[in-house]
Design a protein around this ligand. Sequence first.
Ligand code: IPD
Length: 283
Amino acid sequence: MADPWDRAYDFAVKVARRAGEEIRKACESEIKVMIKSSAVDLVTKTDERVEKIIISMLKEEFGANTYNFIGEESVANGKPCILTDKPTWIIDPVDGTTNFVHGFPFVAVSIAFAVKKQLEFGVVYSCLEDKMYKARKGKGAFCDNDRLQVSDVKDINKSLIISEHGTDRSPEKVTKIFSTMQRILRIPVHGLRGSGTAATNMCLVACGAVEAFFEIGIHCWDIAAGAVIVTEAGGMLLDVDGGPFDLMSRRMVSANNNTIAQRIIKEIEIFPVERDDAEISKK
Ligand code: IPD
């Protein structure tokens, strides 16, 4: 029997490619930068335009009311960030906006699809590198036509780890982020990296280029597609306290295996962040 979401999956790849073309074109013109939650949380007209293109392509193909949408820029403009049982597209039109603004060459379009709150597939188009990462639940993860497999390193001393600084510059949070990084470096690990896009970082775990990526403060649209790609490449996701991964919690460890994940978790200094669905939790 045909998989009910195969058409949506194939179409998501087309949409991501189209969105990536738009971002590449925008790199050639002047970029007008605006700010969101803080002076370092950047947004541009391209983020907004590309999200509109993605949502209108999906609505045109599947009907205006068939699916729910959680899009980074729609949420910033007041739309709810609610994951219900209804099939839902979770979209980050430009993951790595700061990179985009500075011409740092990692920018991704991230499109995921969830049904009954379970992620069915994810597409991450690293558009400046022209690499299409994708994964469908139960069917493996790919970069273009190459199947992805996480690394088999179990020894933390032989690992390469990714983390990011995020966009909150409150002194307590910055201190905790850097303290965690110091603790991990001192294990020691081979090194710490960061591409500036959470979606791409997760694809690097899936490729086996790094053993783990963790962050507190990311949003569901940054990591939803990458979550499917990492797990379909044989990796795993956990909360930063070692509990189950929760897409709306804004906390995540993605790793090649449990040994590496648990070793990283021992060093993470957790700080509080408001959930993506905080408004509903309060109701
Ligand atoms: C950001 C990137 C970055 C991560 C931040 C995200 P954006 O997403 O994924 O790597 O550290 O937490 O907010 O704002 O460029 O879509």
